[in-house]
Design a protein. Structure first.
Length: 185
């Protein structure tokens, strides 16, 4: 089926670049996220690879009958009202797997935000896995995973690297693209 999904992407004018980390387990962050089209494009990209992608989504999406499709495509429902130990639970999930790429949108929404959510960073840090950097670049129509960073525990320093990576990516709706930064502690 991978050639079929590659053909779909090609027909709609999108290219892919995939250079994942050498590790079999990692967190992958995808940005910018400003459009409803980002999710289907991300799913198409995932379906063109041999990587075991998983992604987190709000539990409201995982209702019958569509929940089976989301789960089949790697979805993990998250109750956003219950954040108790979510970082640790997800980090433990990653540790328990032989192979997994957990995809997250650090913006957390398609709306403009002042700060990225930092959960991706702390999940990777606690799971002791790299953070792969992915873009949905509407400027070049390229879905790209081609760099990664090992979290050091110095989130401010690590975010400088991440900011430099994402500064060239063009969102579908640039006016909804917020700054690439996390809320100061």
């Amino acid at each position: 089926m991978k050639p079929f999904f590659r053909l779909i992407l090609k027909l709609i004018g999108w290219k892919t670049v995939l250079i994942p980390p050498k590790e079999k387990k990692y967190v992958i962050i995808a940005a910018p996220h400003t459009s409803n089209w980002d999710f289907p494009l991300g799913i198409l990209f995932m379906l063109t690879t041999d990587i075991k992608f998983r992604y987190m989504g709000k539990d409201a999406l995982f209702k019958w009958p569509i929940k089976y499709i989301f789960e089949y495509l790697g979805g993990i429902p998250v109750d956003r009202s219950n954040r108790t130990n979510l970082t640790t639970r997800i980090a433990n999930y990653i540790k328990s797997q032989d192979e997994v790429a957990l995809a997250l949108s650090p913006e957390g929404t398609r709306s403009k935000t002042e700060y990225w959510k930092s959960g991706f960073y702390y999940i990777a840090l606690e799971a002791e896995v790299p953070i792969a950097l992915a873009t949905l670049d509407y400027g070049t129509k390229t879905l790209r995973v081609d760099d990664h960073i090992y979290p050091t525990g110095d989130i401010e320093k690590d975010m400088e690297y991440i900011q430099n990576y994402y500064k060239k990516a063009k969102a579908k709706y640039p006016e909804k693209q917020g700054p690439i930064r996390i809320k100061p502690r």
